[in-house]
Design a protein around this ligand. Structure first.
Ligand code: HEM
Length: 528
């Protein structure tokens, strides 16, 4: 039954399937659900609409407006909470992770307490950043070999990016040795492989490099993140569980009793030390094998790999399609890391984490605005609520789109009197946003120049909330941003991302767990 007053597609109310037939028709030509949802707002000419996607359930409400999203996510947190939509996705693989819990769930505070220190600037910069850096170094070695073999022909980067991030997580979250790495295995294999049969540099057909089998654990991670419910996941799950259990057992030994180690080198170490301390305080035996610990640890794989990987794939696409922006970014890096440039070495991890380079920040902000790796932030109404003058019943899922009007195109005109009091009082700088080219990738929109010609970044210069906002926004934002920064700096430092032929360029995405570009090819040249 439609919610009174909120626009909807008339034909959807004539069948029990609601909007599903229209959505299915759309899916036969593209594989993307979220742009279709947002297009319904445009079609129905309203920043708030309802769609009937789940038969015999409440309609979904779709809102596309920066200010309303900001208000709901940051100020109306009692009226809106984590939606069961999320727990449905993650329950199979990590039912005890806090992402599946509402904020009022009694387990939620303890889960968050367990991992709260992992996103401190000190932990991220000192413990996690060096691991990201060395995994990126390995990727660079790999791509140097690939680009030499490819001789200017394109190749697909999708697997390389995901495997690099899984290599990082294996070391930085679980403390595994680098020798388990997928990229080092692929590199060794490629170095030993017979030379490619066709290396004619005048052809533009992508090179398909021979690949070896992934290390079993990395393969298990990929199986578990790509298909979350199949019985074939059982073997992968068992492998992952055995690895976590073993790493926890070893860490407990290292951090207990006389001569206990004092420093953590990964997330798992820190969790174990925290549990030992808590158990001492509560005069009990530490329980390092709890399901909470297993699932919170595994959340670094589920939450961090696909999200960061997809965002990086978009960033690389923007580099190759925006050659001027790419050159300007590389020049800014060469200027800012002048010692590294002079000494013909790459910037160190410390130099990268400390640097504040306006064009790099602007490039990242623009990537986060345009990439829409996660196109909608979902909340459920915990009571009957009023949004833009409409009563939305308790239990309704509300999708806050960030991939359409108000974000990548000018927003709808909204009667300010219809907004909630808290929303109307928000000051977000939106009156100064440039609306004319919101659909274009233009990092310069984030830069301001003072009267002395000094450039800085205005982080409120345009609408961007990729990591969401408020108490249930992305827990790993600092790590996600660090990953992006280290990877982008080192890749642009070493490689030129050359333009691609038209047939290998597309703005379409594919919605896996997150939204990735449909085509992920690169043509590389040495930038040194
Ligand atoms: C570019 C990379 C990333 C993007 C774009 C991203 C985006 C997001 C988004 C949109 C949400 C949902 C927020 C909401 O519903 O309001 C989220 C939640 C979350 N993310 Fe990330 N994320 C990234 C990286 C990471 C990393 C590296 C981790 C590793 C720990 C992580 C862990 C989480 C967790 C645990 C949650 C659930 C938070 C909660 O339920 O309170 N994310 N992320």
């Amino acid at each position: 039954k439609p919610i009174p007053g909120i626009p909807y597609n008339l034909e959807a109310t004539k069948t029990i399937l609601g909007d599903i037939p229209a959505l299915t028709r759309h899916l036969s030509s593209t594989k993307e659900v979220f742009p279709w949802m947002c297009f319904q707002n445009i079609k129905l000419k309203s920043p708030i609409i309802q769609l009937f996607i789940k038969p015999l359930s409440k309609p979904w409400v779709i809102i596309t407006d920066y200010k309303e999203a900001q208000d709901i996510l940051t100020r109306r947190t009692k009226e809106f909470d984590r939606s069961p939509y999320f727990s449905d996705i993650f329950h199979g693989v990590m039912p005890n992770h806090h992402i599946t819990m509402s904020s009022t769930d009694e387990r939620f505070p303890a889960n968050r307490k367990l991992i709260q220190g992992m996103m401190s600037p000190q932990f991220v910069n000192d413990i996690l950043a060096p691991q990201v850096y060395s995994a990126t170094e390995m990727l660079i070695e790999f791509w140097k070999v690939k680009s030499e073999l490819a001789q200017g022909r394109p190749f697909d980067l999708r697997d390389d990016i995901i495997e690099t991030l899984l290599d990082t997580i294996s070391v930085s979250t679980f403390g595994l040795s680098r020798s388990h790495g997928a990229i080092s295995a692929q590199l060794a294999f490629l170095r030993g492989a017979p030379s490619l049969s066709e290396t004619d540099p005048t052809t533009i057909t992508p090179v398909e490099f021979p690949r070896t089998q992934r290390p079993p654990l990395i393969d298990a991670f990929i199986t578990l993140t790509q298909s979350m419910v199949l019985p074939s996941m059982r073997r992968s799950k068992a492998l992952k569980e055995a690895m976590i259990s073993q790493q926890l057992t070893w860490a407990l030994r290292r951090f207990s009793g006389k001569g206990a180690e004092q420093t953590s080198t990964c997330v798992l170490d820190d969790i174990v030390r925290r549990e030992i301390k808590l158990a001492e305080k509560e005069k009990r035996v530490p329980d390092c094998q709890s399901r909470t610990i297993f699932d919170e640890l595994y959340g670094f794989v589920t939450g961090g790999v696909d999200t960061t990987g997809s965002t990086l794939m978009w960033a690389i696409k923007y580099l190759s399609e925006n050659q001027d922006a790419q050159s300007r970014l590389r020049m800014s890096l060469r200027d800012s890391f002048s010692t590294a440039s002079e000494k013909a070495r790459k910037p160190t991890v410390r130099e990268i984490t400390k640097a504040r380079i306006p064009y790099l920040e602007a490039f990242l902000e623009e990537t986060f605005r345009m990439a829409v790796t996660i196109p909608s932030h979902v909340r459920t109404a915990t009571e009957d609520v009023v949004v833009l003058g409409h009563v939305i019943p308790k239990g309704t899922d509300v999708f806050l789109s960030i991939n359409g009007p108000g974000f990548t195109s000018p927003g709808f005109d909204i009667d300010e009197k219809k907004r909630s009091e808290s929303c109307a009082s928000l000051r977000d700088g939106s009156e100064q946003w440039e609306l004319k080219d919101m659909n274009l990738f233009r990092p310069e929109r984030w830069l301001v120049t003072d009267q002395n010609g000094n450039e800085s970044v205005n982080h409120s210069a345009a609408p961007q909330m990729l990591f969401s906002l408020g108490p249930r926004s992305c827990f790993g934002k600092r790590l996600g941003q660090l990953n992006m920064r280290v990877l982008l700096v080192l890749l642009v430092w070493h490689f030129e991302f050359l333009p691609l032929p038209g047939e290998l360029i597309s703005d379409d995405g594919i919605e896996k767990f997150t939204r990735q570009p449909r085509l992920t090819f690169v043509r590389l040249a040495d930038a040194s």
